[in-house]
Ligand binder design. Sequence first.
Ligand code: ADP
Length: 593
Amino acid sequence: MLENQMLQFLNSDFQQFTQQDKQDKQDENTETEVPNNSQRQMRVKSFEEKPANKPLNLIFQMLLQKKTQKRQQIKVDPKSIPLSINLSVQVQELPIIRKIMEKNEWKKAHNFDGDILWCGPDNVQQAKQFTYDFAMVFMNLCISRIPGAKLISTKKETTSIMDKMRQYFPSIYNFYPKTYTMPEDLHEFIEDFEKKDGISYIAKPDKGTQGQGIFIVSQIEDLFNNGVKDISYIKKNYIIQEYISNPLLLDDKKFDFRLYVLITSLKPLIAYINEEGLARLCTENYQDITSSNLSNVYMHLTNYSLNKNSQNFIIHPPDFQKINLGTKRTYTSAKKTLMKMGIDVPKLKLRIEQTIVRFLYGIAPFLLNSTREIYQDKWEKANCFHVIGFDILIDRDLKPWIIEINANPSLEITQVVQNSNGSKRVETSSLDAYVKTKVIEDAFIIAVKTPQEQIEQIGKGKYCNSYKMIIDGQPPIENLDLFYKLVDLYSNLCGLRYGNLNQMRFCRLANNPQLINDLLIKSDYDLIYKKIQLKSLQPDLNFLGFLEAIESISEKLLKRKASNYTLQKAVTYVVNTALKAPSQQQRPLTAKR
Ligand code: ADP
């Protein structure tokens, strides 16, 4: 009987998932807004395909659209909100914050007071100390950092989450180039490299080094120090990524976008994208990759920190909003140039937003887990926000690729300029100041509103000053809830001590008769727990260990029973079943300790 139920579930679910897959495939060919609540089922074709090379037609279309669909926006004068900013834990990147405070007559707060606690990059250390005590002391302030942002501050961590999402939702998570982490994936990489298939690979240090140490892999030996092909000589803490070799070009140069995304709440998930950003160009015309040009960083890497040293580097003109020139430009001005080239910019913009939304749905449950680990039972009171920098490369098919994300996007607003006599001076970059002021100032204005206020007052697709709300607390596709549900289940099982799941509590899952069968008996739960816990060298299971355990249960319970088994369907079944179980089976004992 139970088995029938299981198989029924898998079959009905399979239909739903195939429908979903079909929908996903359609989405890839059809430009769709990520739908809001009421539109969720009505995926509309937003832009008809337009013949290329018709810039005038496109511009006309844009103008018409602008006229008919007036941008929905609430405008807030920052001066009208008298904020006080606490800088007591921050030691760097103060120039821009001070400028913003001065401009708006915002006050400096002391000790543990204020509306906003500014926590920037030099506080990575501080972020590690983002402990329960730290959170409690600043409980009444809005903290400019989500605990667990370390999950998105190294390429390895980001890659492991994106790999997981791709494993579960391959047709959705296809915008992060295939990535191998070293040394763990060396053998897999060698196998793929030897097959080659015309793919090139780029090797990057795990932690952002502003272009230093990056190289394009021409032979396996490149991955080893001194070229010694021995595992003990491997360049550790590198990732290897498929190289996107057909980039869209701007003025014949490769470029990428740095866009700024604001997260103000994790549950419900609320996120925004800033209308402004940067375009960073290479300083030499792009050519397809060959053995003779692969080491030319000015042709292949868009990092500003590298290209500023090139003799072809062009500093942006003071009137950067009108003149589309310079190695670094605004997102808006780059879009104007692309439009003149005949690129369907509205379509591109939509694709970029859609890609970012998908990325955020993938990463958010993991960030939520870290937040709950820190705040424990007070997690719902966590009052944190975060500005993330997205580096996005566009290929010639107008597909956006997320190349890197930065938990600490640079807020530098100065640049080095050469005088006519060859000496150098440091001055404020009007372009950086313009973009980054919007990014930070408006983030503060929005972040001090409660999630409910944001949803009610701003709403999906609408702007509050420079930020457009792209996620309003609702998932776009039901299945993507799975990882949130896993966090809930984990929390139910952990009880009072979130983050520490002991064996007894874990094994309560086996009290549910729907979660055992002849292939998975109660004692298997003990074995699964022990195996993963021993591997982790921790006394209890953390969330990632729990995820592994659930995967193992799902596989054992269903793999040999269901002909249409997939890991995603099986885990969904297990999680839904466990969450539906009467509460006493999972609910922790709340006995006083
Ligand atoms: P970092 O910012 O830490 O130096 P990135 O991952 O941003 O490292 O890479 C630096 C630059 O290299 C990018 O801005 C981009 O121009 C280029 N690049 C990185 N990854 C790829 C890739 N997979 N395909 C094509 N170009 C890439």
